[in-house]
Design a protein around this ligand. Structure first.
Ligand code: AMP
Ligand code: MG
Length: 500
């Protein structure tokens, strides 16, 4: 248990203030990490550590031991969370943290409660046949992509640290083992509610919902029906989140209900990837054989997952089941419109519109159709369009993004005509568009190159370089211009793997 006394201890790396461990005991299983052979600190995210109010001196000294699970910091109450989940549409009643261990929670410098979790820290009662471990490659991928999402302004769990364990893990190959330290607003998922619903634990559902409202949606305590308001608020955050994913070409890859947070943060970066050339049916994940989680399917899958959340919340929404269903249905239906309006608003921004007109949707769709037909790179198209907004001379570079540059002429004429009714000067417009259209995304081939150098040669320089470039995605960084480039044909990565 943490106490006021413990919080003031000068030699504690973390001032833990744990709450999840005080929820009913069936929500989790107390579980300490399993020791590793020879921990080595790959990376500590110092700015994040500062934001969390951690003691950097201690972390620099003991980081390898702490972030591998070998040294349990004072005040930690390690546990594995229980949850269910629909995996590719199939309900699995008991998943839970099979390789992740929550050390505890801290209150950050902004007063926000944040989870500190070790991923790959050894077996738990939820490991089923898994080894409880993580391989270096997926740890680096999660580090790079989650930090890139943060820099892009998209809600996501964060990377606090990565360590090598000095042990190997057996996947298809024998690989170096690693532990990832994840920071989240919380690790409560749609699947956490499903777990309690599946066991018929109505008191538990209420306790979890109350915890979530207190933690993530405190304003809703005053709502007429706080649980219905909670459902609506979660749907709203997810609609906004998925719209943001689409606007940067992000494909999550494994949107199972256990990988969808209640807080609205992106979680679980296993087989995720960013799209290069625009094709709405793009899939990278090797296990997504039917394209269930393809780029353009994500909003619909979000809605499907949220319908599962609605089912779990029904007993709280109304004691009359028919009424509860009616209320929940109205919200899940409205999700479609919410998503569309977030998406349209974001896309208007991407093409430089600060006003709204009826024809905007068509104009956006026409550009997307052209990009698809012409194999245009998603990120470059919008970034280069931002330059055209400020300087007509940039048009040739924009057009060169398309297989047949001349195919863009007609669309550009329509766009300019629309811009003539948009109240902004060209240079202001170019500047705002550049804030909506990143120059740098974690391109898959770059991520793979960084992972390969680390795994094959123990060389983390590409990983570090990529992290640095991606920390300022909207800024031109001339020395790193090559990081903007799409892959050459021989560099193209067609598949990503879950890493489990
Ligand atoms: P994920 O695909 O990462 O969302 O994981 C799905 C489920 O599999 C979760 O319950 C994980 O805890 C579990 N899992 C994934 N990898 C492992 C592993 N190496 N050992 C034990 N459990 C695992
Ligand atoms: Mg998961």
């Amino acid at each position: 248990m943490t106490s006021a006394l413990q919080k003031n201890r000068p030699d504690a790396a973390f001032s833990f203030d744990n709450s999840y461990v005080h929820l009913p005991q069936n929500f989790f299983s107390l579980q300490a990490p399993t020791q590793v052979a020879e921990p080595w600190l790959i990376k500590l995210n110092e700015p994040l550590a500062e934001e969390l109010g951690l003691d950097l001196d201690i972390l620099k000294r003991d980081g390898a031991a702490i972030f591998s699970g070998n040294l349990i910091p004072d005040g930690a109450e390690p546990l594995a969370m229980a949850y269910s989940g629909h995996q590719f549409g199939q309900f699995v009643p008991l998943l839970g943290d099979g390789r992740a261990i929550l050390l505890g929670e801290v209150i950050d410098r902004n007063g926000e409660r944040r989870d500190i979790q070790l991923k790959g820290a050894g077996q738990t009662p939820f490991s089923r046949r898994g080894d409880g471990r993580a391989a270096l490659g997926p740890v680096l991928r999660e580090y790079i992509v989650s930090e890139a999402m943060f820099a892009l302004g998209i809600p996501a769990t964060r990377a606090l640290a990565a360590v090598l364990t000095g042990e190997s893990v057996r996947r298809e190959d024998i690989l170096p083992g690693a532990v990832f330290t994840r920071v989240a607003a919380s690790h409560i998922r749609v699947g956490t509610f499903q777990y309690l619903a599946a066991t018929g634990d109505e008191n538990g559902i209420k306790a979890l919902a109350d915890h979530v409202i207190e933690r993530h949606y405190p304003a809703l305590k005053a709502a007429e029906n706080p649980y219905l308001a909670l459902y609506e608020a979660v749907c709203d955050r997810q609609a906004a989140l998925i719209a943001r994913w689409l606007q940067v070409g992000f494909i999550h890859g494994v949107m199972n209900t256990d990988n969808m947070t209640i807080s609205g943060e992106t979680i679980d970066f296993g087989p995720c990837a960013f799209m290069d050339s625009y094709d709405p049916m793009t899939v990278f994940s090797s296990i997504d054989q039917h394209g269930r989680y393809a780029y353009a399917n994500q909003p619909g899958i979000g809605q499907w997952n949220l319908a599962r959340l609605g089912e779990a919340l029904l007993p709280l929404i109304d004691t009359d089941k028919d009424k509860a269903i009616e209320h929940a249905n109205a919200i899940i239906k409205a999700y479609g419109e919410r998503f569309h309006s977030y998406w349209l608003q974001g896309m208007r921004g991407k093409i430089g519109l600060v006003s709204a007109e009826d024809g905007d949707l068509e104009l956006i769709q026409a550009l997307l159709a052209l990009m698809q037909a012409q194999g245009a790179d998603f990120t470059l198209t919008f970034r280069r369009l931002s330059a055209v907004a400020g300087d007509e001379a940039a048009e040739a570079v924009f057009a060169s993004t398309f297989r047949e540059p001349a195919a863009t002429t007609e669309w550009l004429t329509r766009w300019r005509d629309r811009l003539s009714r948009n109240p902004q000067t060209p240079s202001d417009r170019a500047a705002t568009m550049k804030q909506a259209n990143p120059a740098f995304i974690p391109r898959n081939h770059r991520v793979e190159q960084a992972i390969e150098a680390a795994v094959e040669d123990g060389d983390f320089s590409l990983f570090e370089a990529l992290l640095s470039v991606l920390s300022k995605p909207f800024e031109e960084q001339p020395p790193f211009a090559a990081y903007m480039d799409p892959p050459k044909p021989e560099e193209r990565v067609l598949q990503t793997f879950c890493g489990t």
